[in-house]
Design a protein around this ligand. Structure first.
Ligand SMILES: [Fe+2]
Ligand SMILES: [Fe+2]
Length: 155
């Protein structure tokens, strides 16, 4: 990380990187869960929403990876670590669209709590990470709403 870029971060960088790596594990697992689910379910709207939202989870993984590197940390790159570090876990997708949507809503709720927590840790101490957390959290809130709407419509 650049010298001044590091100076302005007023908290334990190693601890922050660990939180960001745990969130990164969640994003990779959400991306895989939604991508696989989008191939298994038959409902066209669910296929579309799961596919689109999976792409946004992949973008979140990219954004977290870039921020970890800016902070001088090492992003996790070994998929075994996804399961060791995840906050939100992984639900094996099935062809049952109602179960898939319920699992997805649960994953989004977990992600919202994770980003809210990291926003509070970084508030006033690392504005760049804080801004990224808000950006990602807003998208997670949108995902939760979209999955809830779809479940309501399908049921
Ligand atoms: Fe995400
Ligand atoms: Fe999401």
């Amino acid at each position: 990380m650049g010298k001044v870029g590091k100076e302005i971060v007023e908290l334990d960088v190693d601890g922050l990187v660990e939180e960001l790596n745990k969130a990164l594990a969640d994003e990779w697992l959400a991306y895989m869960q939604y991508t696989s689910a989008s191939k298994l379910v038959a409902h066209p709207s669910a296929v579309k929403e799961l596919g689109e939202i999976a792409k946004e989870e992949l973008e979140h993984a990219d954004e977290l990876t870039e921020r970890i590197i800016q902070l001088g940390g090492k992003p996790i790159v070994d998929p075994k670590q996804y399961f060791e570090k995840t906050n939100c876990g992984y639900e094996i997708p099935t062809e049952d669209v109602v179960k898939v949507l319920k699992d997805s809503i649960k994953a989004e709720g977990c992600a919202i709590r994770v980003y809210n927590k990291i926003m509070k840790i970084t508030e006033g101490k690392d504005l760049v990470t804080r801004q990224l957390m808000q950006h990602i959290m807003e998208e997670e809130i949108n995902h939760e709403q979209r999955f809830e709407n779809l479940l309501e419509w399908i049921k």
